[in-house]
Design a protein. Structure first.
Length: 176
């Protein structure tokens, strides 16, 4: 502010690690239902983890449709772009993690651990129905309804992710 212009500040990893606490461990359970033709009809996702917002800034907890509170950082990413029919997401506060370690946001954006769980599970679901994981993802990235995306932050929605999957598979030589 004193210089009257923006100044870029870069912290060393050591300094950055002193600024915040790491994420707590998480346990996630993901299940999927298929119809008789192996089409996905429902998905259920439960994630238990420390809630850094609950511990550090409880006034910023988000509200559920029924009025309950939850930490959006603990379940961010579960509302993915895949068309899975009926979807249930349940964020569970891990009180043991909240009381044993100082849970923070360090080393990951909100969806970090949840995206890992979702994408790993999509591989498992593809295996269950004997489908190629890339083809299975592309089939679920329809871009319809809530997965169409909207401005300003989700332009392209599922179709944008579909294009990313196609390009990544092509560059990796997938299937060759």
């Amino acid at each position: 502010k004193a210089l009257g212009r923006p100044v870029k500040m870069v912290l060393t990893r050591q300094d950055d690690a002193l600024f915040d606490s790491v994420r707590s461990p998480s346990v996630q359970r993901v299940r999927m239902s298929f119809d008789k033709n192996n089409a996905v009809i429902a998905m259920e996702h439960h994630a238990a983890a420390g809630w850094p917002t609950q511990m550090n800034a409880p006034a910023l907890l988000a509200k559920t449709k029924s009025g309950g509170a939850y930490d959006p950082f603990a379940i961010s990413g579960a509302d993915h772009w895949y068309e899975v029919g009926h979807q249930t997401v349940h964020a569970i506060p891990n009180d043991l993690a909240n009381t044993t370690i100082r849970s923070g946001w360090l080393r990951s954006v909100g969806p970090g651990w949840t995206n890992w769980a979702v994408e790993s599970f999509i591989d498992e679901a593809a295996l269950q129905v004997k489908s190629d994981p890339v083809a299975f993802r592309l089939k679920l990235l329809t871009g319809a309804g809530r997965n169409a995306g909207s401005a300003p932050s989700a332009i392209g929605g599922a179709l944008r992710q579909e294009e990313v999957v196609r390009r990544a598979a092509a560059r990796a030589g997938w299937g060759e």
